[in-house]
Design a protein around this ligand. Structure first.
Ligand code: NAP
Length: 286
């Protein structure tokens, strides 16, 4: 029997509608949640992501500022803009779209964002809070993956989860979130020998690689939950993930599609983090 589709579009709509209610309540108290989105350069994919994020903000009643700069913006100029946004009371979250041009040190930029406005959850402090199990901003993509997994009703305690990929923005925080939910976690990467040996034991697989057909049907345990983070294009130029979707769907119990799975959830969780940042700021100023 084909796996249940985990519908990220539908779940993200419910989350965004909850964000809209929280934003309206805050706005009624004189604090309209605000997100600043900063884009440097002309990367076409980044422009699409940024546009979607700004539109999602507007739909949820958040205030948003979009700042676009030419690719030759200096690092010092970008840091000065972030400093100004850090002090702007109408802005509760700051997102700098990655990747940045090569002459700008992304780490320096991420660390320049005020901790209270780090709604992408990429700073060293946010990463440390996640590792220590302290409250803080969780990186939006793995946070969204957790919501997708939770939506299946699975109790992760004692389950075996395998994460493929160990990037700071997806794989590593994903592994930590699963660990916090009491799963037993294996993290695989490009030096892993026999990937299938690990994934075949998994009750939950999260694929975050960026290479299509990384996870094939013979690598999946029947009844597993499969979350596909990857964004790739197939021979026909169509969007696809890291998972051989049609074949794995026949083995798994539940699976996310690409598009319509993790992507919309990443944006929804950005809005959640932004409204959360505004709620915290309102609690401080009240
Ligand atoms: P990344 O920084 O390039 O990391 C990719 C990871 O995959 C690395 O840890 C790498 O291992 C591992 N890897 C590469 N080849 C492998 C192989 N053959 N077997 C096992 N592991 C392998 O990418 P990322 O930023 O984490 O993103 C991963 C994918 O998710 C990309 O397609 C990206 O576009 C997509 N993405 C989607 C969303 C969304 O909202 N849907 C958000 C973020 C990212 P090493 O560490 O050893 O190099």
């Amino acid at each position: 029997m084909a796996a249940q589709l985990i519908d990220g579009t539908a779940l993200s709509k419910r989350i965004r509608s909850d964000v809209a209610q929280r934003a309206a309540a805050l706005t009624g108290r004189g604090v309209r949640p605000g997100l600043a989105v900063v884009l440097v350069g002309d990367d076409p994919a980044s422009q699409v992501y940024v546009r979607n994020k700004v539109r999602a903000c507007e739909e949820a009643g958040l205030y948003s500022v979009f700042e676009k700069y030419d690719a030759d913006l200096s690092e010092a100029q970008l840091l000065a803009r972030i400093e100004a946004l850090n002090h702007d009371a109408s802005i509760h979250g700051i997102l700098v779209q990655m990747p940045l041009p090569r002459h700008i040190d992304a780490h320096k930029v991420i660390e320049a964002i005020a901790t209270t406005k780090d709604v992408d959850g990429y700073s060293a402090l946010s990463a440390g809070e996640l590792m220590a199990g302290l409250p803080g901003f969780r990186p939006c993509t793995p946070y969204g993956c957790m919501k997708l997994i939770e939506s299946t009703g699975i109790d992760l305690r004692g389950k075996h989860a395998v994460v493929i990929g160990r990037s700071n923005t997806v794989g590593k925080p994903m592994a930590l979130l699963l660990l916090q939910a009491h799963a037993t976690v294996t993290v695989c990467h490009s030096a892993t020998t026999d990937l299938g040996l690990h994934t075949r034991q998994a009750d939950v697989v999260v694929a975050a690689v960026g290479r299509r057909n990384t996870l094939r049907a013979d690598m999946v345990k029947p009844g597993a939950i499969v979350i596909d983070v990857g964004i790739n294009r197939n021979e026909e130029g169509k969007l696809c993930g890291d998972v051989d979707f049609p074949a794995v769907r026949e083995v798994a119990a539940a699976i996310t599609p690409v598009p319509g799975g993790v992507g919309p959830m990443t944006i929804a969780m950005l809005l959640v983090n932004t409204v959360e940042a505004a709620e915290r700021s309102a609690a401080v100023t009240v």
